[in-house]
Design a protein around this ligand. Structure first.
Ligand code: ACO
Ligand code: ZN
Length: 302
């Protein structure tokens, strides 16, 4: 595919104003031409409307924009960690979802969809304002195809650069798997992944497999009288995590928990509990916000 600059050679857009941050853009996006003639575009964090003049932007924020959160339904709220997740239907909130796809394109190299948003649902991650509990700040999102015969549970995922490397990408990924498990399915992100997407997913798969292996072994230690043997397989890990068997294998490999027998050539899961504990402790030390599955207020769509 051609590079982004060949798509929109006229675009001068270099930064966006978002909340009170000025964010450098990474790639170009197909905003209507009149909005890409200047270097800066103003974007409302609540309705994602894009505005070229700073005065109109101020007026929009102070008077015109009545929202202080994304549209759609709040399906997850955690006041302790100060986060909430919203489900937005591409058919019901077309403009919002189109604006979201345009915004995401500024940080994605690949050609994504912008206008045909109806077949998708969007999950928006927000931070709850520390001073105003009714105000929610847009952090990132992922999109998901409504009717998909494939195993994809994420089509496109983004954390805005100002919120990156704080564990929010991991949280969004975790949420996508929580939805898949609630649907009694396993899922995987749509390919190809970007470099950052691959780094984040590999980190997630490694940690998630490590946590499951660790818990299974500890549970078995405590219940040895009841359960004589501990059986762990790729299929069991897939059921427990919502990850596809091939992504489970990637996670096992990264934990060096998959070994090939030199005599039979068959693979076996081999757990070094100390090594796995280190992986988990390293993560816990970062103190990132984690999901509480009990806080999900959601039923799968039929
Ligand atoms: N460099 C090295 N490792 C990274 C980086 C990076 N820039 N970003 C993430 N990782 C790895 C790290 O191991 C990180 O853990 P650490 O920060 O504690 O070391 C781990 O992934 C998780 O990082 P998070 O903080 O949870 O992820 P973040 O909120 O930064 O979001 C995301 C990750 C969504 C991929 C973000 O980088 C992004 O929006 N990028 C631009 C859009 C994009 O490429 N999206 C993915 C496209 S593929 C698809 O959509 C299916
Ligand atoms: Zn607005």
């Amino acid at each position: 595919t051609p590079g982004p600059s060949t798509f929109y050679p006229e675009s001068k857009l270099a930064t966006i104003q978002f909340r009170n941050y000025e964010i450098e853009t990474w790639y170009t996006a197909p905003y209507p031409e009149e909005y890409t003639r200047s270097e800066k575009l103003y974007i409302c964090e609540h309705c994602l409307k894009y505005i070229s003049s700073p005065i109109s932007f101020e007026r929009h924020q102070l008077k015109k924009c009545i929202d202080n959160h994304p549209p759609g339904v709040e399906i997850y709220r955690d006041r302790v960690n100060g986060i909430a997740i919203w489900e937005v239907d591409g058919r019901k909130n077309i403009t919002y979802c189109q604006n979201l796809c345009l915004l995401a394109k500024l940080f994605l190299n690949s050609k994504t969809l912008y206008y045909d948003v109806e077949p998708f649902i969007f999950y928006i991650l927000t931070e709850i304002d520390k001073d105003d509990p009714l105000k929610y700040h847009f952090v990132g999102y992922f999109s998901k195809e409504k009717l998909n015969a494939s195993e994809y549970n994420v089509s496109c995922i983004l954390t805005l650069p100002i919120y990156q490397r704080k564990g929010y990408g991991h949280l969004l990924i975790d949420f996508s798997y929580l939805l898949s498990r609630t649907e009694f399915k396993c899922g995987t992100p749509e390919k190809p992944l970007s470099d950052l997407g691959l780094l984040s997913y590999r980190s997630y798969w490694k940690l998630t497999v490590a946590m499951k292996l660790f818990d299974l072994v500890e549970f078995h230690k405590l219940n040895k009288d009841k359960y004589k043997s501990l059986v762990i397989s790729v299929e069991i890990l897939s059921k427990l995590t919502g990850m596809t068997p091939s992504d489970v294998i990637v996670g096992l490999e990264q934990n060096r928990a998959l070994v090939k027998s030199p005599s039979t050539g068959k693979y076996a899961i081999c757990i070094n509990q100390n090594r796995i504990k280190k992986v988990i402790d390293n993560w816990k030390r970062k103190n990132y916000a984690t999901l509480d599955p009990l806080k999900l207020m959601w039923k799968p769509m039929l």
